[in-house]
Design a protein around this ligand. Structure first.
Ligand code: IPE
Ligand code: IPE
Ligand code: MG
Length: 261
């Protein structure tokens, strides 16, 4: 499909969603929270069913984001702190990850989505890590939406690793301390090469960042919704983007400076 046809389709989809087609965030970050509470609310015996239905919600949101022509969608799937959950839940989550990677490849291909991962993916079970790498490779030529899974991800840990990298360069004499710049730090994070998120959505009513993209969210608009992740759908995404479109992003300037331009 030509880029022109593509952009007309995206424009129509944005209008259909009730959005300003010229003011779509380039990068949305999501904290997919509330799976456990959803399972409890539905009367399931374990939290696992919430995680399973959570995968379906992610499929819906990824498809909706691809249809809007969004550039980047980065989702928090498993934090460094989540390793501290009961072993049965961690094991179930790793199995769900494996199954989802196996099952979702056709959807990713159909929607021209490129999969990426950030975090300590080496600490995932070997089979899951291998499957992840194979889907990343299989989708690497897709040039639509980039879907990034934050897996075994923690922002403070990411910063520690970045500092180590930079400190090594300094110790080797390749870099002078006074030459360390914001760009250096950015390029040493897992998200190197990605634009910063414009909008961060957290579901389930919690209003915290939980060690997610602390550097990258510096100027993101934050959107919190009480909807539990398994219930989050395309309309939820459109509502979040509509709320984003009403915000004024000032980046330290005054409102007058922005409107006088
Ligand atoms: C988010 O849902 C998924 C992960 C953290 C893996 P939770 O499992 O945190 O669900 P709640 O917050 O307990 O409802
Ligand atoms: C954050 O959710 C991590 C993911 C969504 C993967 P948590 O449910 O683990 O966050 P806290 O511990 O309640 O802050
Ligand atoms: Mg939670």
């Amino acid at each position: 499909m030509s880029a022109v046809v593509d952009s007309n389709i995206f424009r129509n989809n944005r209008l259909k969603a009730g959005l300003d087609p010229d003011h779509i965030p380039q990068h949305i970050a999501v904290i997919m929270d509330g799976n456990g509470r959803w399972a409890k609310q539905q009367g399931f015996m374990t939290r696992v069913r919430g995680h399973e239905v959570g995968v379906e919600a992610l499929r819906k949101i990824t498809t909706a984001a691809a249809e809007l022509g969004l550039g980047f969608l980065t989702v928090y799937a498993f934090s460094t702190e989540n390793w501290n959950r009961p072993k049965a839940e961690v094991d179930a989550l790793m199995n769900i990850l494996m199954t989802a990677l196996e099952k979702e490849l056709p959807t990713l291909m159909n929607n021209n989505v490129r999969l990426k991962a950030i975090g300590n993916v080496d600490s995932l079970p070997e089979k899951a890590n291998k499957k992840l790498m194979s889907v990343i490779t299989a989708t690497s030529k897709n040039d639509g939406l980039t879907l990034t899974l934050a897996l075994s991800y923690g922002s403070q840990d990411e910063m520690v690793q970045a500092v180590r990298k930079i400190a090594t360069e300094v110790a080797n004499g390749a870099l002078a301390p006074e030459d360390i710049s914001e760009a250096h730090i950015e390029n040493s994070l897992f998200t190197a090469g990605m634009p910063s998120p414009d909008l961060m959505i957290r579901t389930s009513g919690e209003q915290r960042i939980s060690n997610y993209l602390l550097w990258q969210l510096a100027y993101a608009e934050l959107y919190f919704t009480p909807i539990l992740w398994p219930d989050f759908d395309a309309q939820g995404l459109y509502d979040a983007i509509a709320a984003f479109q009403k915000r004024e992003r000032r980046f330290g300037q005054t409102s007058e400076q922005l409107t006088d331009k």
